[in-house]
Design a binder for this molecule. Structure first.
Ligand SMILES: Cc1cc2nc3c(=O)[nH]c(=O)nc-3n(C[C@H](O)[C@H](O)[C@H](O)COP(=O)(O)OP(=O)(O)OC[C@H]3O[C@@H](n4cnc5c(N)ncnc54)[C@H](O)[C@@H]3O)c2cc1C
Length: 637
């Protein structure tokens, strides 16, 4: 298979401009003849569907929630990056580009990252014009705060609800197009397969989650904006519904899955508190602007935090990384927290946790300033734990949060399957082996508002996919397979709940393919996943029936896909014999415990091809070249 990234030639700062000029256009009168399916209505999907409809395409948009406003994007708290340099603190497009390539540990495509940094400023303008209420300074300019991996303040925010406010902006634009009849919205509808005809994506098969009806939809192009797969770990900061189904089904139809083992474990989450928990809660990275992370120097300390004198505390991030302090990137902060807890300094007796302390900031800035900045996050923390963070430090520990891996896409955001574009967290692009905070919203909106609307036209203008409707036999074939699979899930009639087996998978993945990985551990985990998958198909109990609202059935389908996908994650982690970003192989580390890359062998994107149930996936490599940010050992000291 020939992987063609289609990165334009020329100097990096001109690539996107010259590419946009060279892209073929669809004339306005012809746009209405094209039908585009957008699966997903989070920030990536809603912005894409609204923008494509505004251009004149006929759009059908699908989501499994009851409203696009409930997409997981709503949970984003901290902010969105842009290189506006309002703070006059040295930021620029080049610096955002540099920080992102370095933050991703040199495993992202330079040209994509540069384009992202360029577009970042336009996103802020677009959102402000929509009325997104970003925080402002006294003089009226938009305010900024800092996020990990950067020494400038470039994160725009709306208190701790940035994702919600951005989503309301995108949703307004989408609702307008729904009102105009340019977008047909299908809420409570789950895509269960892609239909590929003559090598091109030509539609999807969905299940109506209210009635259980299985139906086909045909189009000239299919866009997947279906988010990330952190819930493979069962416990994560993601919404419970987040899943891998759409991208995994597309993968089984021929789309390559890139870097599936690149997952992000976020350092500031509320620690797990019991075996029956079903969700973990993020405490936004923005808290690290003012909160100081520490553990007691004494192992197994039993004193309350307030009675431990300053010189008996280890502010380990400030000690180890004086230049970045508490704002080191997430992978580094997470690894160090684990190390401290493994060495016996945990502040959660019998568990894992470190302190995130605001006392110094409250003394310096006053309670009201801290309340203004983080009030809703403090309230959320207190409601969950019963502790008041104005009085006692928060307890935090890393948790699965974001997935950098996803379907492989070229510079135009098209997968190797023609007519299948992938945007937002669902694709693999831009973040390499570790995503910097506040960069996911930036990427999702860059993809949806500003990249796909150009590149999709180029595909349609060149490929000129002819008309197709759901009477084509390929739709009937896929519908039959979807029905059979649904019947199979219902027919197992075992005695275990889907959640119980998902929990087992999550614990296997957390231990074997989580914050640190080893060859032996991964090999063993693959064996365990295979055994668990076999048990899944014998032991699950899915109550109810297919022709009805059935949330157990929905869950079972998603977990069945995780049972397959988890193996690919481990296979990918096993073959990448280096450490980079969030992928930490214990065998490959520097003497001071940092990730040791192997640029000779692994400066590439690993893109996996599905070859069947009983055969090993086939690896394709897209080499990565670094012309502008020179390969170097990443250092934040
Ligand atoms: C708690 C939390 C806080 C975060 N805070 C920040 C932050 O401050 N800044 C930042 O940059 N990033 C943040 N992130 C990351 C960021 O929120 C996500 O990466 C981003 O919102 C993903 O957007 P998306 O549009 O790609 O996917 P999503 O918002 O997950 O949307 C996916 C959409 O796809 C639909 N879908 C999925 N599968 C199917 C299917 N099979 N059929 C039909 N529809 C389907 C869903 O219904 C949904 O509409 C945070 C993440 C979490 C978990």
């Amino acid at each position: 298979m020939d992987l063609r990234p289609r990165v334009p030639a020329g100097p990096i700062e001109h690539k996107w401009d010259s590419h946009r000029f060279e892209l073929k256009l669809v004339n306005p009168a012809n746009k209405r003849r094209y039908q585009v399916i957008v699966v997903g209505s989070g920030l990536a999907g809603a912005s894409a569907a609204a923008s494509l409809a505004e251009l004149g395409y006929q759009v059908s948009c699908f989501c499994f929630q009851d409203s696009p406003r409930r997409a997981h994007s709503i949970a984003a708290q901290g902010g969105i990056n842009a290189a506006k340099n309002y703070q006059n603190d040295g930021d620029s497009i080049w610096r955002l580009f540099y920080d992102t390539v370095k933050g991703g540990d040199f495993r992202a495509r330079e040209a994509n990252v540069y384009r992202l940094a360029q577009i970042s400023n336009t996103i802020i303008d677009q959102c402000v014009a929509q009325g997104v209420p970003f925080a402002r300074e006294y003089g009226g300019l938009l305010a900024n705060r800092s996020f990990g991996g950067a020494q400038v303040s470039r994160t725009f925010y709306a208190r701790g609800q940035t994702g919600q406010q951005l989503l309301l902006g995108a949703y307004q634009a989408l609702a307008r197009q729904i009102g105009l009849g340019q977008v047909t919205m299908y809420p409570r509808t789950e895509m269960l397969d892609v239909v590929v005809i003559d090598g091109r994506a030509r539609g999807i098969v969905v299940r109506d989650l209210v009635t259980g009806a299985i139906r086909s939809h045909a189009a000239h192009d299919v866009v997947l904006a279906t988010g990330g797969y952190s819930n493979v770990y069962f416990l994560s900061t993601n919404a419970k519904g987040c899943n891998v189904t759409a991208t995994w089904r597309a993968h089984k139809r021929g789309a390559l899955f890139a870097n599936p083992c690149f997952t992000q474990i976020h350092p500031t989450c509320i620690p797990m508190h019991g075996p029956h928990q079903s969700k973990l809660t993020l405490m936004s990275e923005s808290l690290r602007n003012d909160g100081r992370i520490w553990v007691p120097r004494t192992k197994r300390e039993s004193r309350a935090p307030g009675s431990i004198p300053k010189d008996e505390r280890d502010y380990y991030l400030e000690r180890l990384y004086p230049s970045f302090g508490n704002l080191v990137p997430r992978d580094v902060a997470s690894r160090r927290a684990k190390e401290m807890c493994d060495a016996g300094h945990s502040v959660v007796p019998g568990g894992h946790g470190v302190y995130l302390d605001f006392q110094d900031a409250i003394q310096r800035l006053g309670r009201s300033t801290i309340a203004e900045r983080y009030g809703n996050l403090f309230e959320m923390y207190e409601r969950i734990t019963g502790d008041d963070p104005y009085q006692v430090p928060m307890k935090i520990y890393p948790a699965p949060h974001y997935t950098m891996g996803g379907l492989w896409v070229d510079y135009n955001l098209m997968s190797n399957l023609e007519g299948l574009h992938v945007i937002g967290e669902a694709n693999f692009s831009d973040h390499g082996a570790n995503r910097l905070g506040a960069s996911a919203l930036m990427q999702g909106l860059a993809d949806g508002y500003f990249i796909l609307p150009y590149t999709i036209g180029d595909y349609l203008a060149q490929a000129r996919p002819g008309p197709v409707d759901t009477t084509h036999p390929a739709f009937g074939d896929v519908e039959r397979l979807v029905r059979e699979r649904t019947d199979r899930l219902l027919g197992v009639r075992g005695s275990k709940s889907v959640d119980a087996l998902h929990r087992e998978l999550g614990s296997l993945m957390w231990n074997g393919c989580g914050m640190s990985r080893t060859k032996a551990g991964l090999e063993e985990t693959i064996e365990h996943i295979r055994a668990l998958r076999a048990r899944f198909w014998k032991e699950i109990s899915v109550t109810g029936k297919g022709e009805d609202l059935n949330q157990e059935l929905e869950k079972a389908g998603r977990v069945a896909d995780y049972m397959e996908f988890a193996e690919l994650m481990c296979v990918d982690a096993l073959q990448r014999e280096e450490s980079c970003g969030g992928h930490f192989r214990e065998e490959y580390q520097t003497p001071d415990g940092e990730a040791r890359r192997d640029d000779e062998r692994f400066s590439h994107v690993a893109a996996w091809e599905w070859t069947g149930e009983a055969t090993a996936p086939r690896l394709h490599q897209e080499p990565l070249a670094f012309e502008y940010v020179h390969l170097a050992q990443r250092s934040y000291r």
